[in-house]
Write a protein that binds this ligand. Structure first.
Ligand SMILES: [Fe+2]
Length: 178
């Protein structure tokens, strides 16, 4: 099982030591970006040499994904029935994609290892300025992998989350969702 400290570039982003000066400076920079820009980016957060292992874990899970194909409004958690057809609350967007649930992960892969690493949770909590932050214990929703192939789309929507941390990676010619 890969150690999460091998996955995150801790030389550049010392998230395992957020009480030390470099860690505090990182947290402060993230908070400043979130306050001023509502967005904080951490290029190279995942070490490039371990990316293939993360992509391999994701690739192996692609065939197991549950498929979705429906229409959704951007405000799906609210009742939107009383609005006129032209109102933003009445708009619908195609939502066609796959999801891998937490219980489908192998249990010892690098994605899961990184996600369940306490220092990462603590770092996100500090960056968001929250007093407490817990990872979900749900066996299905605590860790999801979204799969979008050609012609898929995640219906545009608002979320009610307090914050969102998303690992992203540029196109990899070897990664083919379907
Ligand atoms: Fe969402």
């Amino acid at each position: 099982m890969m150690d999460a400290s091998q996955i995150v570039d801790l030389d550049r982003y010392p998230i395992a030591d957020i009480d030390d000066a470099p860690g505090r400076a990182l947290v402060d920079a993230c908070r400043r970006d979130l306050d001023e820009l509502a967005l904080c980016t951490l290029p190279g957060f995942i070490r490039p040499e371990v990316l293939p292992a993360l992509l391999a874990e994701a690739q192996a899970l692609v065939p197991k994904a549950y498929r979705n194909d429906n229409l959704r409004t951007p405000y799906g958690w609210m009742c939107n029935k009383s609005f006129s057809p032209g109102h933003p609350r009445s708009q619908v967007f195609r939502n066609r994609c796959g999801f891998v649930m937490a219980d489908q992960f192998p249990g010892d892969g690098p994605i899961e290892c990184m996600f369940r690493w306490d220092p990462l949770t603590d770092f996100v909590r500090e960056a968001l300025g929250c007093e407490t932050l817990y990872r979900s214990a749900c066996p299905h929703l605590s860790l999801n992998l979204g799969i979008e192939g050609e012609d898929d789309q995640l219906g545009w929507h608002f979320d009610t989350n307090d914050g969102h941390a998303t690992p992203t990676q540029g196109p990899d010619p070897s990664f083919r969702p379907r």
